[in-house]
Design a protein around this ligand. Structure first.
Ligand code: ZN
Length: 159
């Protein structure tokens, strides 16, 4: 990705998260988990979530991928931890709209650092990289038994 095309400040935030990802690793207690891949880029994420008393008590990710996918996963975990699953799914919705550039007036403040990824909308090939962790979270939280279906990310913006 032409990272240099993003604003320098945004680029630095993305690089910091990628180099030193937050909530990277594994949890001792897991209520929801999933593995997802973005075959276009080769990104893989394993996501573990611990939901207790309707709150995302803890969250961790592992796997491998490009700068954008790793930074996005780190930012996602920061944003959703401590929130209810319903609030987290709202964040997923806002993020998904933001990265395809659909709605310029979105309130992206709830996304915290992840709001800097709005620049990805200009790079269609990287949208799936940014979306991977958020889709994984959504699938992990919405599966009935807590074991999300492992799968590949499918997007309509593959141009
Ligand atoms: Zn990627």
């Amino acid at each position: 990705m032409a990272l240099s095309s993003l604003d320098n400040l945004y680029r630095q935030v993305i690089l910091d998260h990628s180099a030193h990802p937050h909530h990277h690793g594994h949890l001792q207690q897991v209520t929801n988990e999933i593995e997802m891949r973005n075959p276009t880029c080769g990104d893989v994420i394993q996501l573990e979530v611990a939901v207790f008393n309707d709150k995302i008590n803890d969250i961790a990710f592992s796997g491998d991928g490009c700068t954008i996918s790793q930074a996005s996963a780190s930012m996602m975990t920061d944003a959703v931890i401590g929130n209810t699953p319903a609030q987290a799914e709202e964040m997923v919705q806002v993020f998904s709209k933001m990265i395809i550039g659909d709605q310029p007036n979105l309130d992206t403040k709830i996304l915290e650092d992840a709001s800097v990824l709005n620049g990805v909308a200009k790079f269609p090939a990287r949208i799936k990289c940014a979306a991977l962790a958020w889709k994984a979270l959504n699938n992990a939280l919405t599966s009935n038994d807590g074991k999300g279906k492992a799968g590949q990310i499918v997007e309509h913006h593959d141009n």
